[in-house]
Design a protein around this ligand. Sequence first.
Ligand code: GSH
Length: 210
Amino acid sequence: MIRLWHVPQSRSFRVLWALEEIGAPHEVVMCSFLDRSLRSAEHLARSPAGRVPAVEIDGQAMCESGAILLYLAETRAPHLRVAEGAPRRAAFLQGLHYAETLGAHLANLTQQHSVLREDWMRSPTVMRLEAKRLENALGVVGPGWVAGDFSVADIALGFAVWLAQRFVGLPDRAAAYLAACEARAAFRRAVVRDGPAQIYTRDFYPPPEG
Ligand SMILES: N[C@@H](CCC(=O)N[C@@H](CS)C(=O)NCC(=O)O)C(=O)O
């Protein structure tokens, strides 16, 4: 049995979506950023930085979403990855990791807009800069799947684009890519299972004027 520690709207959505694509038996442990549960000794043993996703899988603990996606594909869904030596391998790896180029901007924007509660804690400069950098980074995304066929790289990247629309207007190609992700039944099932909003309470967080 696979066990996933999950917080709604976080990177653990990637694993939830992958599990829906694969149809692997699993259990979801719903967690919260609002209590101290991710800082418990038990959780830190699974995820030393106290984050999600964390999984127990095949008798091991894993806590990096990209690594979990790749491991799931390798062990349970070879059709969702491009094998070593295959022609689209480079594109596959590139897409899987490019998701975290977007992820870095998304994490900064989330911290500025949502985690920091008081205006005086926030930096309008950082908010504008990160939104611009995110917009630029989205310019190369889509409209087709990363490596020809749908793969776990699209789960990593699709999640990032899904979040990005909360902070910037998506370029047309990225919007078409997101629409293709949202059309997948497994994505829609994962959205239903994601749980009540915990991080984002607004659809759009515009950069401050200036
Ligand atoms: N590189 C990790 C990052 C995991 C991560 O930062 N998760 C965030 C949610 S998206 C988290 O748990 N944050 C809680 C915290 O920083 O305390 C991955 O891709 O899984």
